[in-house]
Design a protein around this ligand. Structure first.
Ligand SMILES: Nc1nc2c(ncn2[C@@H]2O[C@H](COP(=O)(O)OP(=O)(O)OP(=O)(O)O)[C@@H](O)[C@H]2O)c(=O)[nH]1
Ligand SMILES: [Mg+2]
Ligand SMILES: [Zn+2]
Length: 296
């Protein structure tokens, strides 16, 4: 019987081979059809392949991608798991806000993962749970150590391509190892055969999870620099708690900064908008405005 082409997901590239997973979870080691060679093909791309046998195929072409992260270079990510810890290290709200802005500005969905729930929540972690609960962002408490909350995390990732983000030491690698206990054996065999350490280039790999969904093995954002194209006018949109108060701003283009008669600042006074969030907003706004003055 001839093998029919199908569309699968590129889990990784390695030495001229592309590892493409079909809907049933089977992975094919693929070479490129000669004519597609000039195209940039990324981990996360959806690719049409023609199987040669049960384990090998020819990559015919890639489908247009939804989006692309640059560092790491990976296509079609739609979920960012922002990992903070209950303690050790204490969460840093400013980092959290910057990661949320990077995620939302990239058109991706954030999920906050508060790991190490086996530890007593630090003051900052308690603040964060309280403040961010009202923002419409899903928050999942986990302990990679005690294997708690992992089911919920798997449910959030289901059907999605996810990357981790967050400060060092919060447990991203430990979470990945625990989630990927269900790692497709074939992928593991492949990576064992390849071995690591010989090659300095880090290849981005997507790990298929049980129940569907994939997670990348490298953090989604390698820098906390604000997006280059972020404008001061856009910033407020990434603070969803401002939205109900915008109609009380006198100026339509209010930046909620030095303007008089500002609904957001009134909400800050009355405690409806968190001081911590507002102060982060102002600090980030000033940074964006400095960049605007320098480069535009
Ligand atoms: N108590 C506790 N410790 C944890 C948990 N998860 C991870 N750790 C520990 O936290 C430390 C850092 O974990 P990693 O997984 O290396 O953290 P990471 O986020 O990958 O850090 P980077 O790779 O530096 O960004 C390790 O000593 C882990 O054993 C947890 O749920 N509870
Ligand atoms: Mg790590
Ligand atoms: Zn305002």
């Amino acid at each position: 019987m001839p093998h029919q082409p199908f569309t699968g997901l590129i889990l990784k590239k390695y030495s001229g081979f592309y590892y493409v997973q079909d809907e049933a979870g089977k992975i094919y080691e693929c070479k490129l059809r000669g004519k597609v060679k000039k195209q940039v093909i990324l981990t996360g791309d959806k690719a049409v392949i023609t199987p040669l046998d049960e384990a090998q195929g020819i990559l015919e072409r890639v489908e247009p991608r939804q989006n692309e992260l640059y560092r790491p270079r990976i296509a079609n990510v739609n979920l960012v798991l922002i990992v903070m810890a209950y303690d050790r290290p204490e969460p840093v709200p400013m980092l959290l806000d910057r990661l949320l802005i990077l995620t939302l500005h990239g058109g991706l969905t954030p999920v906050m993962v508060l790991n190490k729930c086996d530890l007593k929540a630090s003051e900052k972690a308690a603040d964060i749970m309280h403040i961010y609960k009202g923002l419409g962002i899903q928050i999942i408490s986990t302990s990679a150590k005690q294997r708690c909350g992992l089911e919920q995390l798997l449910t959030a990732i289901k059907g999605k391509i996810a990357v981790f983000a967050g400060p060092s030491g919060t447990g991203k690698s430990t979470l990945l190892n625990n989630l990927a206990q269900n790692l497709n054996i074939k992928t593991q065999e492949v990576s064992n055969k390849i071995g690591r350490g010989k090659h300095t280039t880090r290849h981005v790999e997507l790990h298929p999870l049980e129940g569907g969904g994939w997670i990348a093995d490298t953090p989604g954002f390698s820098t906390l620099d604000l997006p280059e194209d972020l404008t001061s006018r856009q910033l407020g949109a990434y603070y969803p708690e401002f939205a109900p108060h915008l109609e009380d701003c006198r100026f339509q283009d209010c930046l909620h900064y030095r303007e008089a008669e500002c609904g957001v600042k009134e909400a800050l006074e009355s405690g409806q908008v968190s001081g911590l969030r507002y102060h982060n907003y102002v600090a980030i706004l000033e940074e964006v405005m400095r960049n605007e003055r320098c480069y535009r």
